[in-house]
Write a protein that binds this ligand. Structure first.
Ligand SMILES: [Zn+2]
Length: 509
């Protein structure tokens, strides 16, 4: 397969090394969604073990994430939702039936031991990665992140807090424009919704569409208001193979890079788009999936690599290990080195697995139509939009980091993590019927139009007045973005403006 070859003339070759950092929490593999649940954080630990045995850890700066604090999470999420996640426990959840329902916690998104610290860990790692990119790293990796379905006030699709939105908000402190690309088999609905009405974040999601969770992601959904043409959706059908996938991915993403010119890119590498996934229905090989990583890397723009879905966990570990190699510019041997989870990879004990012979339901004609429709949208997008004069907010400060930790403890209870569960229970059928998709009704806070004059916490409290807005998906992103660029929300009105002498004014480009 062709590699590299982006359309930006100024980039040069792709061969150079990149300064890569990697976030890993040694406890992350111990979180357990419950018996029968397909989401298994243990896959992160399996990935880590492979990275270690392939000798990749020594080639990256490794960090143990600082847990995201309430106020970090509340840069996107509502206060009442976060305080619910903080307080709910498996023992007490029966006393909070109304709240469980309201926040969509219970079935797909169960309450489990340590739920909140799990959220703090994976979100802290993604935000930490964004901070590193803002400080000169080329690539930051967090395989525990990428939980793209979480909404401002609601859990969804195994996701509780949206680490991606939080990381993008962090990147927006430094970059005028951020590109989000999503290759999970499911539509990246939570991220799209958060940035649906802004031109500072472009979202591009490649996903199975039609009678499939979460039901959104129609090709006609392209953003709203200022954000029109800044959300792109690439709807795909069962059995898509590497060649068909790249026949869309490269032309579309290449054109996006050319016209949008992002300062940073976030790539959600959900591995449920691989062949043989327990919940997925695509037919990508690991190399085909990783080709997306290789292509994004070739642009030499700061790149945040995140995990996401992936439910045949041995293949998830294979994929993310191989993609870490791609990030580092290292080609890994197919024969796998022995390690503590070696028995998962039999009988071949190889890194790569052959795709299946399933039918590719995406016809050449359909693919051509999708590509030309999206290129047509992109032709309407004006080049490199820019923001007005902005103050640069203070960055998220974490204590000095535990760099280059080696040989973290990999204890593991195998019994609880082998894939013996019944997949039927988690068929991920759409929650909403797909016909209802284009008209999601979003609650919007009734707030003063000038975010500088309001108390955001008060506006976000449980008693906040809400009004239904009738257009398709516009979230309250204007205030989110204003917060992102002014940093005023969390720190409140005592005001960054007056106290932060490091604020700079950067001009419109
Ligand atoms: Zn998924």
């Amino acid at each position: 397969m062709e590699s590299g070859g982006n359309s930006l003339p100024s980039i040069g070759t792709d061969g150079g090394k990149r300064k890569v950092c990697y976030f890993y929490d040694q406890e992350v593999g111990n979180y357990y969604y419950g018996q029968g649940h397909p989401m298994k954080p243990h896959r992160i630990r399996m990935t880590h073990a492979l990275l270690s045995r392939y000798g990749l850890l020594g080639q990256m700066h490794m960090f143990s994430p600082n847990p995201a604090r309430d106020r970090d999470l509340c840069r996107f999420h509502s206060d009442d939702y976060i305080s619910f996640l903080r307080s709910v426990t498996p023992e007490t959840q029966q006393d909070q039936i109304r709240a469980l329902k309201r926040f969509n916690v219970g079935e797909d998104c169960p309450v489990f031991d340590g739920l909140y610290s799990f959220c703090q860990t994976y979100a802290g790692a993604s935000v930490g990665g964004a901070v590193k990119l803002n400080h000169g790293f080329d690539i930051a990796v967090n395989w525990s992140g990428g939980l793209h379905h979480a909404k401002k006030c609601e859990a969804s699709g195994f996701c509780y807090v949206n680490d991606i939105v939080l990381a993008i908000l962090e990147l927006l402190k430094q970059h005028e424009r951020v590109l989000y690309v999503d290759i999970d088999i499911h539509h990246g609905d939570g991220v799209e919704e958060a940035f649906y009405t802004t031109d500072r974040v472009m979202t591009v999601s490649f996903h199975k569409f039609g009678d499939y969770f979460p039901g959104t992601g129609d090709i006609r959904d392209i953003g709203y208001g200022k954000g029109k043409y800044y959300s792109l959706n690439v709807p795909l059908d069962d059995g898509i193979d590497d060649e068909s996938y790249q026949s869309l991915f490269k032309p579309i993403v290449g054109k996006v890079m050319e016209v949008f010119r992002p300062g940073a890119v976030v790539l959600q590498c959900g591995a449920d788009s691989l062949s043989g996934d327990r919940l997925g229905c695509f037919n990508l090989s690991i190399k085909g999936h990783a080709e997306c990583v290789k292509y994004m890397r070739s642009f030499n723009v700061p790149l945040l690599l995140l995990g996401g879905g992936g439910y045949t966990i041995r293949n998830v570990a294979r994929c993310w290990c191989y993609e870490t190699g791609v990030a580092l510019g290292v080609e890994l041997e197919d024969k796998m080195p022995p390690h503590e989870y070696y028995e998962y990879f039999g009988p071949d004990y190889t890194l790569h697995v052959a795709p299946s012979n399933m039918e590719n339901k995406n016809t050449r004609q359909q693919l051509d139509e999708i590509r030309s429709k999206l290129l047509d949208y992109l032709s309407k997008l004006r080049h490199a939009p820019s923001v007005q004069f902005q103050e640069r907010p203070p960055e998220t400060e974490f204590p000095e980091a535990d760099e280059d930790q080696e040989d973290l403890d990999d204890r593991h209870d195998r019994d609880s993590d082998m894939e013996i569960d019944d997949p039927k229970h988690y068929d991920e059928t759409p929650r909403r019927s797909s016909t209802a998709v284009p008209s999601i009704r979003i609650k919007r806070e009734n707030a003063d139009n000038d975010p500088l004059n309001q108390d955001m916490h008060a506006a976000k409290g449980p008693e906040a007045v809400v009004e239904e807005v009738s257009y398709s998906k516009a979230l309250d992103i204007n205030s989110t973005l204003d917060e992102a660029v002014s940093g005023m929300k969390v720190e409140q009105d005592t005001s960054v403006k007056q106290t932060d002498s490091s604020s700079i004014i950067y001009p419109k480009s």
